[in-house]
Design a protein around this ligand. Structure first.
Ligand code: TPP
Length: 334
């Protein structure tokens, strides 16, 4: 996988110090909630976990470019940091993991990590990968038909991006210049299959021009580069200039899921290297070096998150389970 160094200075984003600190907290929330999800899975309280560790910085940069009050988000299963920024709460995530009735994604009927919240325009996806892509084009077309100015963003993984659904969605979106941002989070693997066995193009972003719009590859460990690319894509979509494809290069620090062991197919050297280049560690160091963060801030934010996550875990676990007599509720519109 191609490695890229963190480069873009945070001041080039034009964001305030307060916003940058909020982003730092969101990135740390993504990491710490994810760690808790693993613990809950390992002690048998959750059935399954699929992790976003290594993609937090890229996802935060993506999410920040959108208007959470009106834009639509169709995430995939690694987008924990992004959905938390978009309005889902740590407790929402726990409710889904425990399979509780109050889970906003599916009222306890879906697997964990199938994020969704009607209140926040976050559309939950199906387990067959990339089926969210054609739906995103439909939602974007709805904006054009109704004359509304919301933008839709949809994500998937590098392996899933070879599914036909992605081509179908990008083709029709290109034809109608739809207000949609297509995203592929490239972590170099589809479970155990490395990128060189997945596609023959140099970059997945190269598929954008094939459908008549821009394709850009960004380093997801570089907050400024990623944020500025998304800002431009959102502006273009809102102004009627059509879609953009953004390929975010991220890491996958964990195994594919709680049912996988990546030590079987990734070398010890490779695993040591990705740990060394952990994007969260690099981002924290960048904030310190550029004067946004000090040790006292780091400690304070860690304590705040620990309290938040403990509280969310306890409260969600104490909530009622779904009533088996109502198992078919929520399947069809009333
Ligand atoms: C249509 C379909 N085929 C296969 C699977 C099983 N499956 C789930 S995740 C996955 C790998 C996806 O890899 P990638 O798109 O690179 O995303 P990543 O998990 O690396 O983020 C596969 C094959 C599925 N869920 N749906």
């Amino acid at each position: 996988m191609q490695k890229m160094k963190t480069t873009g200075k945070l001041k080039t984003t034009g964001l305030s110090r307060e916003t940058i600190l909020d982003v730092y907290k969101a990135v740390m929330r993504g990491r710490r909630v994810d760690e808790r999800l693993w613990q809950l899975t390992r002690i048998g309280k959750f059935s399954f976990n699929i992790s976003g560790q290594g993609a937090e910085v890229g996802q935060a940069a993506m999410a920040l470019a959108f208007d959470y009050d009106k834009d639509y988000f169709l995430p995939y299963y690694r987008d924990l940091t992004a959905v938390l920024m978009w309005g889902m709460t740590t407790k929402d995530i726990m409710l889904a993991g425990f399979g509780k009735e109050a889970d906003p994604a599916s009222h306890g009927r879906q697997m964990p990590s199938h994020y969704g919240s009607k209140a926040h325009n976050i559309v939950s996806h199906s387990s067959p990968v990339s089926t969210q892509y054609p739906i995103s084009a439909g939602i974007a077309y709805g904006a054009q038909m109704r004359g509304e100015d919301y933008v839709t963003v949809v994500t998937t993984g590098d392996g899933s991006f070879s599914q036909g659904e992605c081509a179908v969605a990008m083709n029709i979106a290109g034809v109608h210049k739809m207000p949609v941002v297509f995203v592929v989070e490239n972590n170099g693997y589809a479970i155990s299959v490395p990128d060189k066995e997945q596609y023959a193009v140099e970059k997945l972003a190269d598929r954008g021009p094939a459908f008549g719009f821009n394709g850009i590859r960004v380093n997801g460990s570089d907050f400024a580069e990623t944020y500025l690319a998304f800002k431009q894509a959102v502006t273009d979509a809102r102004q009627g200039n059509g879609p953009t494809l953004i390929e975010i290069m991220v890491e996958r620090l964990t195994s594919h899921s709680s049912d996988d062991d990546q030590r079987v197919y990734r070398s010890a050297e490779e695993l040591a290297e990705i740990k060394e280049n952990d994007p969260v560690k690099l981002f924290q160091q960048q904030l310190i070096d550029e004067g946004y963060l000090n040790e006292a801030d780091i400690d304070r934010i860690e304590k705040e998150l620990e309290t938040e996550i403990n509280q969310a875990t306890d409260e969600a676990e104490a909530m009622p389970d779904p009533d088996p007599a109502k198992i078919t509720d929520q399947l069809y519109a009333e």
